[in-house]
Design a protein around this ligand. Structure first.
Ligand SMILES: Cc1cc2nc3c(=O)[nH]c(=O)nc-3n(C[C@H](O)[C@H](O)[C@H](O)COP(=O)(O)OP(=O)(O)OC[C@H]3O[C@@H](n4cnc5c(N)ncnc54)[C@H](O)[C@@H]3O)c2cc1C
Length: 547
């Protein structure tokens, strides 16, 4: 069963290796083992529902709690402390497009606010109900999970939009195809969620981001149904699919989508490469991309991420041995790890590997073979489970990301990490910060930063600006630390001209930064489009835009 207050399946755990606990204690201090609210305690806080009985709507308190928050750090703090400001009044699980339509009409007639819910993996507050007068209905789309059609000649597959990553691949792989969309949240996130948050998978370099995979679809909006035909290309005016991509549940509910799929690859492998430092590695991946080498993924960690990944891997003996070997051939503490993949026919994969290696060697990189690549592949969807363990060990962990032209990559990454590292120094707390380039493009890259700090004790006074500030509880203080760090790094990203999100979307947490990117006319355009499709403001209010 899915955890109600953390990541993933309850039966899966990621124990913290003993050496990792020492590593973290050295870098940020001993974590505090703090008590979390239990499910029973949290259920007590669920108020009675404001919704009238309806055959398609459950008002069960546990269903409502399980749909109240996503996976952002503020969500975790709320869930783990049992301090959740607002709950949906009911949850519906439609099984057809017709049921979606009828629920939309019911909500519109009875002034209910409606939140589409895919896998609930949002990390920016997309699916959180906001406190207010009107009843809130969450529409969980997980039962819309069928493959409806596979056109093998055109390599187009049509799925219902609530289908999850594993369900998509299972249905396609059985027929010899793959979509190839592998966000780290693959296990739980859904097709509809990917489309409306403009998701990017770990191998998007090869398969394309969801914008490229999404060929057309079907949307139920408050004012009617919109069909987006799957054309291979079109010059018939602006592309309306672009309205839907990134719409974050504000325009309607995606019920079906047609996707560009491919034959399952004949060959795939992932390799580990060490560079003397991040700068050399970044230059190499830029050159690989700009030369058009046909690799399928490139993940270039900085030295702190390289060291931390190895420290948390639990493979102490192996890591020590590798460290000694690398030192012997001149790789010092600044060494930085690249994992790259090749996917396709054997011939394509061999050619891509050889071309990439030529550039890697020219930048002083050392190819170590497939062992690290295999470890990466094995843990690619497992590593989010570490967040549960770290929280229980007393540490809060969050990530943030941007995309920016190559000329700004190094400066932005350095400055954003610096403000995070020093962001809690005034209260004597240290922050562990590391980064990688997660996606690379011809003209720039996505910088993906992870930061970890200690959860606060209860009650805490640490961040009181003045003695008259009220005392904060532990969860309030943990949240306050997050706000300080998130804001500092977001300001750096904007100052350098980066996007506020490369793949996580806007939701609630990035809404205040959107205007800096879109400008006044852009914001007005978005507002007008939302109001056109949703004149009563019933769809996922407050997300993307604060309206
Ligand atoms: C551990 C972890 C790793 C992650 N890794 C990645 C990654 O590698 N790449 C990436 O892109 N993202 C990643 N994310 C973020 C998240 O998984 C994505 O934003 C994902 O696209 C959300 O999909 P979902 O189905 O869970 O949507 P939800 O979280 O349920 O909803 C997100 C938004 O989509 C709307 N929505 C959902 N379904 C529909 C629908 N059918 N019609 C209309 N609106 C809908 C909701 O109203 C909401 O606004 C990660 C998150 C976590 C927790």
């Amino acid at each position: 069963m899915k955890r109600w207050n953390g990541w993933g399946d309850e039966a899966t755990t990621y124990p913290l290796p003993g050496s990792a606990a020492h590593y973290l204690a050295d870098l940020v201090g001993e974590g505090l083992h703090l008590q979390d609210a239990t499910l029973e305690q949290t259920l007590q806080a669920v108020p009675s529902s404001c919704l009238a009985p309806h055959p398609l709507i459950s008002t069960d308190p546990e269903e409502r709690l399980r749909h109240a928050r996503g996976q952002s750090l503020p969500d975790w703090i709320a869930l783990r402390s049992g301090q959740i400001r607002a709950f949906p009044d009911g949850v519906a699980y439609p099984v057809s497009g017709e049921e979606v339509r009828s629920l939309l009409e019911y909500a519109r007639k009875t002034n209910i606010k409606l939140i589409p819910f895919g896998g609930g993996t949002s990390v920016v507050g997309h699916i959180n109900p906001l406190p207010g007068e009107a009843p809130i209905l969450t529409m969980d789309l997980s039962r819309l999970n069928r493959l409806l059609a596979l056109d093998e000649t055109s390599q187009l597959a049509t799925f219902e939009a609530g289908v999850s990553g594993p369900e998509i691949e299972k249905q396609l792989n059985g027929r010899g195809y793959t979509l190839g969309h592998f966000p780290q949240s693959f296990e739980l996130s859904t097709l509809g969620g990917w489309i409306v948050t403009r998701s990017s998978g770990q191998q998007s370099y090869h398969y394309g981001r969801i914008e490229a995979l999404f060929a057309g679809g079907h949307v139920e909006t408050p004012i009617g149904t919109m069909d987006l035909p799957a054309h291979p290309a079109s010059a018939a005016g602006p592309d309306l699919k672009q309205l839907l991509l990134g719409s974050e549940g504000r325009l309607g509910v995606v019920t079906r989508a047609t996707l560009r799929v491919r034959r399952f690859p004949e060959f795939e492998a992932f390799y580990g490469v060490f560079f003397h430092n991040w700068e050399q590695g970044s230059n190499a991946v830029r050159q690989i991309t700009q030369a058009g080498v046909g690799v399928s993924m490139l993940r270039m960690s900085n030295s702190m991420e390289t060291t931390t990944t190895l420290a948390l891997s639990g493979q102490d003996a192996l890591v020590k041995l590798a460290g000694r070997g690398l030192r012997a051939v001149g790789f010092g503490n600044e060494r930085a790890l690249l994992v790259f993949g090749v996917t396709g026919t054997r011939r394509q994969a061999t050619q891509a590997r050889l071309e990439a290696l030529e550039i890697i060697r020219a930048h002083g990189g050392l190819m170590t073979g497939t062992a690290i690549g295999k470890m990466w592949k094995k843990s690619r969807f497992y590593s989010p489970y570490l967040r549960n363990t770290l929280w229980e060990a007393g540490y809060a962990l969050d990530t943030l990301e941007t995309a920016i032209p190559w000329s700004e990559v190094a400066g932005t990454a350095e400055e954003a990490q610096k403000v995070l590292r020093e962001g809690l120094a005034n209260i004597g707390e240290r922050v562990l910060v590391f980064a990688h380039l997660s996606h690379v493009y011809h003209d720039g890259a996505s910088i993906y930063i992870t930061y970890l700090y200690r959860r606060a004790n209860d009650p805490s006074t640490s961040l009181r600006a003045s003695p008259s500030d009220s005392l904060r509880t532990g969860p309030e203080e943990t949240l306050r630390r997050w706000q300080v760090l998130k804001e500092a790094a977001s300001r750096v990203i904007l100052a350098h001209g980066g996007t506020i999100s490369h793949q996580h979307g806007v939701g609630l947490d990035h809404a205040q930064y959107l205007a800096a990117e879109k400008g006044p006319l852009g914001m007005q355009t978005l507002k007008s489009v939302i109001r056109l499709f949703d004149p009563d403001g019933m769809m996922n209010p407050g997300k993307l835009l604060a309206i």
